[in-house]
Design a protein around this ligand. Sequence first.
Ligand SMILES: [Fe+2]
Length: 111
Amino acid sequence: MLLQHKKLLRLLQQAYSAEKAAAYAYIGHADSVRDLKHQQLIHQIEIDEWNHRSEVLKIMQHYQIPVSTFFEIKYGVIGKLICASCYVIGWFMPYYFAGKLESGNVCEYFA
Ligand SMILES: [Fe+2]
C-alpha cells in the first residue's frame, strides 16, 4: 500500500531517524551517571527507543516508505554529538536534549 500524504511520509521518516538520535543520547546519558541502578534504568529507556524505531520501521515498510538517508545522517550525527557531550558536560546535556528530542517526537506523532 502506498501512502499519498507527503507530509505524513516525511514525518514518519523523521520520527524513525530521531528515535536513533534519542537512543544514542541515552547511551551517553547512562554512562554519565554513577549510580548503577540509574544506569540500568536509563539503558532500558535506550532499549525502548530502539523498539520505537523498529515499530516505526514496520509502519514505513507497510506503506513502502523508504528510509531517508538525509535524516539518518542528520539524526545520527545529532545523537552521537549529544552522546559524546554527556561525557564532557555530564548529566545536564542528556536531560535537556533527551527532553527536547522526545517532545519533538511526541509532536510528530500528534501531527
Ligand atoms: Fe522514542
